[in-house]
Design a protein around this ligand. Structure first.
Ligand SMILES: Nc1ncnc2c1ncn2[C@@H]1O[C@H](COP(=O)(O)OP(=O)(O)OP(=O)(O)O)[C@@H](O)[C@H]1O
Ligand SMILES: [Mg+2]
Length: 420
């Protein structure tokens, strides 16, 4: 089969500005209506705290590093991306709108109006609406309608999930990207991006909950009948697990992080009492040997706290009955040994680890739950379909194509210069 022609429009980039890592993923639409991964890059993130930019310069430099690495691997000049947003400032709620249908048949204009009426809610000063996600339309009392256009009726209602965030936080994300030379095509709530990469349509239809455990926060998104019903951000993440180890084992953050990555487990039944791990001490003292169950006990206590909070959230919002397809875990936390077992025990529903799926190209390089958000952002960028990224080296393209994209790019640059 012939390779799809690479044009500046079909190269898409996801940029995940995380608390511990900034990750860029480059993807290209393929002929099967899917995407191929062309390259990826990552850099240590030091300017982000609990999902929020606290140091613009450090964030700009890390974005540049991740983007350059992804450019080198993919042969693409990255100019635009879809970017994730997270943090404790995110507040979400459900809302409802109602209108009278103008001509007895629902038109696009009626759908726009009813969604606008649902979104017309009081939002605190300094906050803006990030997403208005329709759950179901109701036409003259008939519920569970996904697309009412063309249907006859007089009273159109919609139920939506609204995500809001602090204007300043969104502005700092955009500013950091712009200073790093990246145009932000769109901003998405990070757990919605991760859901795009690791959940199937079937799961979203019958009901599923994604929990993405990152370094700074643990974010959830609950789906049912293909729509988003609830989103929440918990300000506890992998950094808290690491910190517990520094205190519990009297060691440095660096050593604690290393121990967690190498020997971390959150389910006591999986470790043998005879397992021993080496711990470097602080202040130049000699290292010690500790039983692995001690390490596990500390991590399991923190993991239990995280999932107990989500179990409480499920109960409070009456969500648990929705999750016929259970819970899917992504982010670095999903790599902790025993986390499936622990989460199943605490939440009382089936749990699986979510790895980006249904993608081609260098897909094996992103087969890790830590890439869920960045791959999801690239998929959302591809869905949006607007991009100014161009192939600039011979990777995946012929010489003549290379020249063609060079020309397109210089034309676009001139065109963009008129606007900025
Ligand atoms: N193999 C592993 N075993 C245990 N923990 C891991 C592993 N890989 C990553 N982590 C932990 O996961 C966390 C990072 O996860 P991730 O890369 O998803 O976070 P992030 O996107 O940078 O942060 P956030 O989403 O909170 O902004 C760190 O705390 C790290 O220690
Ligand atoms: Mg993350």
């Amino acid at each position: 089969m012939a390779k799809p022609k690479a044009t500046s429009e079909n190269i898409y980039v996801g940029l995940d500005i995380g608390t511990t890592k900034i990750r860029a993923v480059v993807a290209r639409k393929n002929q099967e209506d899917g995407v191929d991964i062309l390259g990826l890059g990552s850099a240590e993130s030091t300017g982000i705290r609990k999902g929020v930019v606290i140091n613009i310069d450090a964030t700009v430099n890390a974005i540049k590093d991740a983007v350059h690495e992804a450019e080198r691997m993919s042969g693409v000049e990255i100019k635009s991306a879809c970017v994730g947003i997270a943090g404790g400032h995110i507040k979400s709620f459900n809302s409802r709108g109602v209108i009278a249908v103008k001509n007895g048949e629902v038109m696009q204009n009626d759908v726009t109006r009813v969604i606008e009426s649902a979104a017309a809610v009081n939002i605190p000063a300094g906050y803006e609406v990030l997403h208005v996600l329709p759950q179901q339309f109701i036409l003259d009392g008939q519920t569970e309608i996904k697309d009412p256009i063309g249907m006859s009726g007089v009273r159109l209602e919609v139920e939506v999930h609204i995500v809001t965030g602090a204007v300043a936080s969104a502005a700092n994300v955009t500013k950091s990207c712009q200073r790093a030379g990246i145009v932000v095509e769109d901003i998405f709530l990070e757990q919605l991006a991760a859901s795009e990469a690791v959940l199937s349509d079937d799961e979203r239809e019958i009901g599923v909950c994604l929990i993405d455990g990152g370094g700074g926060t643990t974010d959830m998104a609950a789906f049912n009948r293909g729509a988003v019903y609830h989103t929440a951000v918990l300000q506890i993440g992998g950094n808290n697990f690491t910190h517990d180890l520094t205190v519990g084992l009297s060691t440095s953050e660096k050593e604690a992080e290393k121990l967690k990555m190498r020997h971390g487990c959150v389910w006591m039944d999986m470790v043998s009492p005879d397992d021993v791990v080496e711990v470097a001490s602080v202040g130049g003292r000699p290292g010690r040997k500790i039983a692995r169950p001690v390490l596990t006990q500390i991590l399991q206590a923190r993991a239990e706290e995280v999932f107990t909070i989500f179990a409480g959230e499920f109960q409070k919002k009456n969500l648990a009955y929705m999750f016929s397809a259970g819970v899917v875990l992504s982010g670095g936390m999903a790599n902790l040994e025993g986390v499936e077992e622990l989460a199943t025990d605490v939440l009382g529903v089936p749990v699986r680890i979510g790895r980006p799926s249904n993608i081609g190209g260098l897909s094996d390089m992103v087969q890790d739950p830590i890439y869920a958000t960045s791959v999801g952002l690239a998929l959302l960028h591809a869905k949006k379909g607007k991009s100014s990224n161009a192939i600039v080296t011979s990777t995946g393209t012929s010489g003549s194509e290379e020249k063609m994209f060079g020309d397109i790019w210089s034309r676009m640059r001139a065109w963009l210069a008129e606007f900025f």
